[in-house]
Design a protein around this ligand. Sequence first.
Ligand code: ASP
Ligand code: MG
Length: 474
Amino acid sequence: MIVHKFGGTSLGSAERFERAADIVAAHHGRFADGAAPAETVVVVSAMSGVTSRLVAGARAAAEGRDDLCREIKTELLARHLEAAEVLLPAGAERVSLCGLIEDRLHELERLCRSIALLGELTARGLDAASSFGEPLAAAILAAALRGRGIRSRALSAAGLIVTDDRFGAASPFREPTRRRLEEKVRPLLEKGVLPVVTGYVAATEGGVVTTLGRGGSDFSAAVIGAALGAAEVWIWSDVDGILTADPNIVPGARTLSELSYAEASALAHYGADVLHPKTIRPLAESRIPLRIVNSFNPSHPGTLIVEKPDRGRAHRPAIISTTGLNLVVVGAGGDSWTPGFAARALRSLCEAGIEVLMFSQSYSEHNLNLVVRDRDGAHCLKTLGREFSGGGEPAGVRLDVKERVATVSVAGGSEWNGKGLVSHAFAALGGLGTRVIAVAQESGETGVSFCIPEAETAAAVRFLHRELGLEAER
Ligand code: ASP
Ligand code: MG
């Protein structure tokens, strides 16, 4: 059995759903190694951008911004209905799919109304709201597959993946999850039905909805693949695998054709946009190969991640860049600064479901630098404002989004081309004159991350790629 997971950009529009359905149809039922026909399980993310809108809607509800909630609901309704109407011919299947989309979004509206009544968004409420996207994408893709003559059924992983109740970053329990999948998914496979399962979403033993964290549908695919003993897991994204740099910045970037589990996991930790970092472990434990492939270029072999990569492969490090970030500065006047400020800031952000990608603190300036995603910037300020206002706080805690930043990381082995990778990267950025705002370095010198002004990202990535000789033939 092969698990195929499609990310949000691979399901961004009716046309993208068509391509995803083509890919599934091309692989489903094919004879793997001339043995048994390959069974398929599909795992989906929400359509691109949908989860972020759901989060924005839930936050708006808690702040009593009814207008914004309604606007988001209307926008999501239009987007999903359009996909359904373009994909399916007029008829019963289309009517039932559109009905389902309308019902679900009506339910979302009701949820937002109760959040508004409470005037508070708990981590549990945020998971409930942000989990609405995947079931819609699963229903649309399953319908598109049925339109191609494949017996297919959409399933919610809330009934399949059993987790603890750490909302926003729940951890699956292996045995109960395996049992549910055996009970509910195996019989479908035996009947020749192709399940399309929601990624990202799960539930506690008692059925309370949880999520595995932003970008977590890769992890869902791995959990499902490991539990069902898949032959392979394929993750369909929008680039040709894991590359030496973002190909939109460096056209000559090279695909890393094979990586070990350990190497891929290290790279994923620097930029979860390529692969969610938790994805590797369940697969490594069961020695299930993972492929990162491109739904926009499906004939490219992509990156294969296995226990023991081919000895003859061209091994090289990679540059991972993440843009769309905000530098938030928490400052305290006079002598009031203590490390306790940092602890409080980080805890309150964690509880609000805001991921801090990097942080640094300066004793001489009495401040804390926090790097958060653009989409969380405003909410981050509000959360910190609440944390540091009242409670008899020493006066003069300053909060500010200082500028737009990016992180650029170089990772993949301590030595490269006869030089230390980390020191080479430092020297290269120094040579370019890049303004480095913060640094985080791995103790083994196998990787380093720099926080730099966003406007300097492309120049820094291109320069590093050339300086480190990552384009060269090997
Ligand atoms: N839809 C979720 C998100 O945007 C999960 C995922 O895409 O993997 O974070
Ligand atoms: Mg992703």
